[in-house]
Design a protein around this ligand. Structure first.
Ligand code: SF4
Length: 185
């Protein structure tokens, strides 16, 4: 950690660390936005967090690329358009930990406060997911259709990328919580 950050933080500390998923989503978003406003630049200036953030973004990119190569992205799009399918149901947003919401803000994503689709996840936009750092449940779910349509070898490759993404996200969230405990909250 870059201890130089400590000197730059001369703000009140109104956001005690919010942990776990047992809070209303609006409260979690409010917490993440408050922390981002108060500490975002200092967090992003930390060399360790910056490295982990870049690593996580790279891992997310790799997963998306593998999904495309394996044909998963095409199957999901076809399912959504022609099969009335949507994996992004209402309530999945409640699974998010506040720190993962903060990670999305650090990546430049906006968190919506209202739902576009009354039956969909809060983070579901007109063209798919609006956020970059998704919950493990979002990236890990291989439905019956995918199991049937996608080459098993390609699915194994994809699972490896998903594992890398999950590990990178976990490492970043833990570092973020340590940073917040140490310097901010
Ligand atoms: S992929 Fe995005 S929109 Fe879909 S459930 Fe996950 S967070 Fe919500």
């Amino acid at each position: 950690m870059d201890s130089g950050n400590q000197k730059t933080l001369n703000v009140t500390r109104p956001y005690p660390l919010l942990l776990g998923t047992d809070h209303k989503i609006c409260k979690k978003i409010e917490w993440a936005c408050g922390v981002m406003d108060a500490f975002g630049p200092a967090i992003l200036a930390d060399a360790v967090i910056d490295g982990l953030l870049k690593g996580y973004q790279g891992a997310i990119k790799n997963t998306l690329a593998e999904m495309s190569v394996a044909g998963v992205a095409g199957q999901c799009a076809d399912c959504a358009v022609n099969d009335n399918g949507s994996c992004c149901g209402k309530g999945i947003e409640n699974r998010f930990d506040p720190s993962l919401l903060l990670v999305n803000l650090l990546m430049g994503c906006k968190l919506p406060m209202s739902r576009l689709d009354p039956h969909g996840c809060l983070f579901l936009g007109g063209n798919g997911c609006l956020i970059a750092a998704r919950h493990l449940i979002c990236i890990n779910y291989i439905c019956k259709r995918l199991k049937e349509k996608i080459d098993p070898k390609a699915l194994r490759h994809l699972e490896k990328k998903i594992g890398d993404e999950a590990d990178a996200g976990f490492a970043l969230e833990e570092a973020l919580k340590r940073w917040l405990r140490m310097y901010a909250l």
